[in-house]
Design a protein. Structure first.
Length: 387
């Protein structure tokens, strides 16, 4: 048994156990906001639509207003099995409104006084079952095609989601400094995610160092240009609603600044790992290379990857704004007017500053990998990159 444990590469497998423990801990960790005010005197549950009455709906072109009344069978909660009438209010917004049909599952909020139901409001279609199917398919395909590496990818995905939901968001709501909180969470995730790829070795150190230096540059540039463009954080969707919900203490502009480097951190990590792996392979084949030659090889790889990675960010950020671009074109809006809109300038900051972070992470990672994976000895004598 002792010989078996000695054969295990603990540097490689330790991150797996650390991340699994972190995921388990975060699953149990309360956010502190479970008892939201709007649900204290009501119960959320699932209901099946038995019939729908659309007679009170008023159609005015594309806009619908009024209300839809539905007969519902409650499927969960303390009122499970009861048949009630639910109200679906229509506000005239195609973005927010929804219509229910018999057989649909709906999320409803039941206002009650002890066992007496006062009102049933239909909030939205129930989509969690299909979301679970989609998530299960994602995990299955990862495990099927990537094997143990896929398991690590699933673990890093779960860790990232839980850190953002259970750590970063509550920290922001409690008034923590958005920049420092974002940097700490991003650094922690960077270390663990890259360690899942390499283990705790020199490659991990080099990739983490290069990634975080690039993220830090992105943070500083984002802060500068947000101030130079005079962008207020309320440009973020739904952010202004927080102020009216009793969170006037929040610094929305700082949260917007933090979102810039958080949004770019995934691409930064990706590029950093690519460069570090390339340098490692070169050094392993040519252990006589000096750190300068190894760093130069890393830079050559980085130049090739930067072109596609910056375009990746452009697609990622602009994909959700196709309708807005169509509105601009349909109205014949001049280009200078488009570029001066606050929300367009905000997206330019996200895209351009994120791309600048990618540009800087290449030399940072190449330099760190050259120094760490060759031992930093200019004479050509190397230290094993496994160490």
């Amino acid at each position: 048994m002792a010989a078996f444990f000695k054969k295990i590469n603990w540097k490689y497998y330790a991150p797996l156990f650390v991340c699994a423990a972190a995921v388990f801990f975060l699953l149990l960790l309360p956010t502190g906001y479970e008892g939201a005010l709007q649900y204290r005197d009501a119960e959320r549950c699932i209901a099946r639509v038995l019939s729908a009455d659309n007679q009170s709906i008023v159609d005015t072109g594309l806009v619908r207003s009024g209300e839809q009344q539905c007969s519902l069978e409650i499927l969960s909660g303390r009122f499970k099995g009861r048949t009630v009438t639910g109200v679906n209010l229509l506000t005239g917004s195609l973005e927010q409104d929804k219509l229910f049909e018999p057989g649909d599952k709906a999320m409803v909020v039941i206002s009650h006084s002890e066992d007496e139901i006062l009102r049933v409001s239909m909030t939205d279609l129930y989509r969690i079952d299909w979301e679970l199917v989609m998530g299960g398919l994602f995990i299955l395909l990862l495990l099927l095609f990537a094997g143990r590496t896929g398991l690590r990818a699933v673990l890093s995905f779960a860790l990232t989601v839980l850190c953002l939901w259970k750590v970063l968001v509550p920290a922001y709501l409690s008034g923590a400094n958005p920049i420092w909180a974002g940097l700490l969470v991003t650094l922690g995730l960077t270390v663990l995610i890259i360690a899942l790829v390499y283990g705790f070795d020199r490659r991990c150190m080099a990739a983490v160092a290069g990634s975080f230096l690039g993220i830090l540059v992105t943070c500083l540039l984002g802060m500068f240009f947000t101030g130079a463009f005079r962008i207020h954080g309320a440009v973020m969707a739904y952010s202004e609603s927080l102020l009216y919900a009793g969170y006037q203490h929040l610094n929305l502009t700082s949260i917007f600044m933090a979102s810039i480097f958080i949004g770019a951190s995934g691409a930064v990590m990706d590029l950093s790992v690519d460069i570090c792996s390339a340098v490692y392979e070169v050094v392993r084949k040519r252990p006589d290379l000096s750190w300068r030659e190894a760093a130069r090889s890393g830079m050559n790889v980085g130049r090739s990857a930067m072109g596609t990675m910056t375009t990746t960010l452009l697609f990622a950020y602009s994909g959700g704004y196709v309708a807005l671009l169509m509105v601009f074109m349909a109205q014949g809006t001049p280009l200078d007017s488009i570029l001066n809109y606050k929300y367009v300038a905000a997206e330019l900051i996200h895209t351009m500053i994120g791309s600048l972070g990618l540009v800087t992470v290449a030399p940072f990672t190449a330099l760190c990998a050259g120094l760490l994976l060759t031992g930093g000895d200019q004479s050509g004598k190397t230290v094993s990159p496994q160490g």
